[in-house]
Design a protein around this ligand. Structure first.
Ligand SMILES: Nc1ncnc2c1ncn2[C@@H]1O[C@H](COP(=O)(O)OP(=O)(O)OP(=O)(O)O)[C@@H](O)[C@H]1O
Ligand SMILES: [Mg+2]
Length: 290
């Protein structure tokens, strides 16, 4: 069945189309935790598998393209989906197949996180696939959420190194999205130095600056995955509001900030550990287990 509107009676069904990070901090496992924490039902289409921990990625494995198509078609043949988050896609062929099948299923509320470079610096998508992503996946996205290095790759230029440059990057990224309908760019400024972080949210008309205090922790593995999944989970819930995308992004950032603030209470690996997706649910954990 094509993507559908969410009924008010049941939670929204969200699909993550992404890679697997066995450490659970990023990729689809992080996406499913985020959906669950925010009251959405999570489904997943595996677009890549990685051998990965909190310190880096040692290998990746890409499923056969036909099998990827079959995963999408089999799921959508049965389950009504209300939003999709697209993350790591293993290859240009996978990116093209995802775009083709999502167009077939009339995908709506698509959040495209153009994952290319991991926090560890590992390259997660090659140059050819970046071109495919721009040409065939951007047209399907309601919102794209690149970080600054990814924005540079998408535009074929060096990374922006000031908020002023970010304004121009956000404008030119918006030009890569269809002009005649509502589409948004969330340009994440986490890679700029400083105690304050700025993300820019732009729809071609309104440029919204979103500020936050930089939380001092090395446990930020999967912040981008978590943010894009939170937006996807919250989009259907905000559908009735005057500015549903802006509301979903603001609420998603607030959820992520709390998850980063609670990250040090987990003890996962020796590199960049994950954020705490269930910070609100596990707050009273010690009192429930004693
Ligand atoms: N230390 C921090 N404190 C507060 N907010 C942060 C911190 N690090 C990142 N963020 C926020 O997290 C969100 C994700 O940004 P980031 O730049 O980390 O994305 P990313 O590079 O795609 O992440 P990932 O490496 O997980 O893919 C942004 O809204 C950013 O402002
Ligand atoms: Mg990212």
């Amino acid at each position: 069945m094509p993507f559908s509107r969410c009924s008010t009676a049941s939670p929204p069904n969200i699909v993550s189309i992404a890679g697997i990070d066995p450490s659970g901090g990023a990729g689809m496992f992080a996406d499913l935790k985020t959906f669950s924490a925010l009251g959405a039902y999570g489904c997943g289409i595996v677009a890549a598998l990685t051998a990965q921990n909190t310190q880096g990625t040692t290998n990746t494995h890409v499923p056969p393209t036909d099998f990827l198509r079959q995963q999408i078609d089999t799921l959508l043949d049965d389950v009504a989906i209300h939003a999709a988050k697209i993350g790591m896609l293993g290859s240009a062929a996978i990116a093209a197949a995802v775009a083709e099948r999502l167009a077939h299923w009339q995908a709506a509320n698509v959040v495209l996180d153009p994952v290319m470079i991991a926090k560890s610096g590992d390259i997660l998508l090659n140059r050819a696939a970046v071109g495919i992503m721009r040409e065939v996946l951007f047209p399907l996205a309601l919102i794209v959420t690149p970080n600054l290095p990814e924005a540079g790759e998408l535009l074929g230029e060096r990374m922006a190194n000031s908020v002023r440059e970010m304004y121009s990057v956000a404008r030119r990224l918006r030009d890569l999205l269809p002009h005649n309908s509502e589409r948004w760019v969330l340009l994440k400024g986490g890679h700029l130095p400083g105690d304050e972080l700025v993300d820019l949210l732009f729809n071609g008309d309104r440029m919204i600056e979103l500020f936050s205090r930089r939380i001092d922790t090395q446990n930020t593995h999967g912040t981008g995955c978590t943010l894009s999944s939170a937006i996807a989970a919250l989009l259907p819930k905000n559908a009735g509001q005057p500015n549903p995308v802006e509301a979903a992004v603001r609420d998603a950032r607030a959820y992520l900030l709390h998850a980063i603030a609670a990250a040090d209470s987990l003890d996962i690996g020796h590199g960049h550990g994950p954020v705490h997706h269930f910070h609100a649910l596990w707050r009273n954990r010690s009192s429930t287990t004693t």
